[in-house]
Design a protein around this ligand. Structure first.
Ligand code: PEP
Length: 246
């Protein structure tokens, strides 16, 4: 039986005051019957670690470098993240693929670098609206996941996968539970062909998940939690989703 995982992706939002209020609202609502994490902007990682110390709410980053160290201005290595006790890192979010031209192989290399430092990569895959309308959803998500599976090899079972249809991210257009489950089942089958741990792996759905649609999405057989953007910035909404997943 897989435990659900709910991850808040704060994106480029936050301030000392807003973060403190949000984290206090989340920790005060514990315990949750699921795994919970927040992925915060780099400058706030250490204050999140302090605010969450002693609680079972985990924290992570939203990106990392594929390189261990060196002349890569502006990048943050997984070694640096692990020094703070970072648990998760999101890699391959569609906003990084789109705005930073991240390739499937770069995403895979980042996932590999994270695992090498004991950080669980949350690997995002998902199709654009044009790709869905062209009937390319399966080919796109399989291609994206395949690069990671091949690069991680025998460690593939240690990642978390997030299916995030690009057309549903931040748009309020949520995939129906049936649409999401169909893709999750494909991803699970692909993982099964690659690792004996596929049945235990968490595959999250992301894309306008809110308190009012979380229950029906999370009821699907292969949906094991959510990667939450907008609703992760309001403690009552994020807590409601965590409760739905518990
Ligand atoms: C995301 O950024 O990963 C996301 C799913 O955003 P939203 O929930 O706002 O669609």
């Amino acid at each position: 039986m897989r435990k659900n995982l709910i991850v808040g992706n704060w994106k480029m939002h936050g301030s000392h005051a807003a973060n403190a209020e949000l984290l206090a609202g989340i920790t005060a609502a514990r315990p949750f019957g699921c795994d919970v994490a927040v992925c915060v902007p780099f400058p706030y990682l250490s204050e999140a670690a302090v605010a969450l110390a002693g609680s079972d709410v985990r924290w992570g980053a939203q990106d990392c470098s594929a390189h261990a160290q060196g002349a890569y201005t502006g990048e943050v290595s997984v070694g640096m993240l692990s020094e703070f006790g970072c648990r998760y890192v999101i890699v391959g979010h569609s906003e990084r693929r789109q705005y930073h031209a991240e390739s499937d192989q770069l995403v895979a290399d980042k996932a590999k670098a994270a695992l090498a430092k004991g950080i669980t990569p949350i690997v995002c895959v998902g199709e654009t609206l044009a790709q869905r309308e062209a009937g390319e959803t399966e080919a796109v998500v399989k291609r994206q996941l395949s690069a990671v599976i091949h690069t991680l090899a025998h460690c593939a079972g240690e990642m978390v996968v997030a299916y995030e249809p690009v057309w549903a991210i931040g748009t309020g257009k949520v995939a129906t539970p049936e649409q999401a489950q169909a893709v999750h089942a494909l991803l699970r089958a692909q993982l099964k062909a690659a690792t004996p741990h596929a049945d235990a792996m968490q595959i999250l759905y992301g894309g306008s998940m809110k308190p009012d649609n979380a229950v029906s999405l999370l009821a699907q057989a292969d949906i094991d939690g959510g990667l939450i953007g907008g609703a992760a910035l309001k403690a009552p909404d994020f807590v409601a989703i965590c409760r739905a997943a518990g």
